[in-house]
Design a protein around this ligand. Structure first.
Ligand code: CDP
Length: 239
């Protein structure tokens, strides 16, 4: 589906690309394909909120204390590096030097990550890192608030959406494919909970930027969504 040649030798394509949307809307898959196609950096900002949540749970057994978790977010060293293992991971995530990649997607992290990501101080700390990375350009950044808060002047903003049921079906297949025993109803209710918390928080809620292009992926295959995204690239190219 994606080509192996660098496709942008003349720097004609948008340099900072923001992809936002709710859980399991296909953001990561499309962003990864796009980054591969353009030879850009793929950066999934969700792993940063997951890393703070995991570390909070490990150190304190709970993430309810906003002050303590905000301090943790300010002190913690999160690194995202090329994959060191061939176990399906797209990158390694290190917290203070320790590889925590496999622990980031547990049910417990899923349960608490939206609470942690609603703390304004946590968001401020994460946003500083994300902006610094975006300044280098040639990046496809994925999250909930990339087009609205992190890179409001991004060169291309895409917002992917699909119904809760369709997204739950996709995430269920993904989990089963990764060998994790889950039930569809559990996945559905976990996504519903995160959607509600992510959309209703006061600071940087999940929503499309006014100038984002919204793609409804409900009845589209990954290849079809990617085709649409490539058309958008051409429409916003500078040559
Ligand atoms: O992969 P999935 O879409 O399920 O989630 P994720 O992108 O790993 O994000 C996990 C959680 O982090 C989300 O439910 C949000 O609460 C939070 N998040 C956020 O608030 N802002 C971002 N830019 C990225 C993630």
């Amino acid at each position: 589906m994606n080509c192996c040649q660098p496709t942008d030798p003349d720097n004609k394509y948008p340099s900072r690309i923001a992809i936002d949307g709710p859980a399991a809307s296909g953001k990561s898959t499309i962003a990864e394909l796009l980054a591969d196609y353009l030879k850009y950096l793929y950066f999934d900002t969700g792993v940063m909120y997951r890393a703070v949540t995991l570390e909070g749970l490990r150190r304190f057994g709970s993430v309810e204390n906003e002050e303590i978790i905000t301090q943790l977010a300010e002190d913690i060293l999160i690194d995202v590096l090329p994959p060191s293992k061939n176990d399906g991971r797209k990158f390694d995530v290190l917290v203070n030097g320790e590889d925590v990649t496999q622990e980031l997607r547990t049910a417990r992290v899923n349960q608490f990550v939206s609470l942690v990501s609603a703390y304004p101080g946590v968001r401020t700390a994460m946003t500083v890192h994300q902006r610094n990375i975006s300044k280098r350009g040639k990046v496809v950044m994925v999250g909930r608030d990339i087009g609205t808060v992190v890179i409001p002047d991004a060169d291309l903003k895409i917002y992917l959406e699909a119904s809760l049921e369709e997204r739950a079906r996709r995430r269920y297949q993904e989990e089963i494919g990764a060998g994790r025993a889950v039930r569809y109803e559990e996945v559905l209710s976990s996504l519903r909970g995160r959607d509600e918390k992510d959309s209703s928080r006061l600071y940087a809620p999940l929503k499309p930027a006014d100038d984002a292009i919204i793609i409804d992926t409900e009845h589209l295959s990954i290849a079809e969504v990617f085709e649409k995204v490539k058309n958008l690239l051409n429409l916003s190219s500078r040559i």
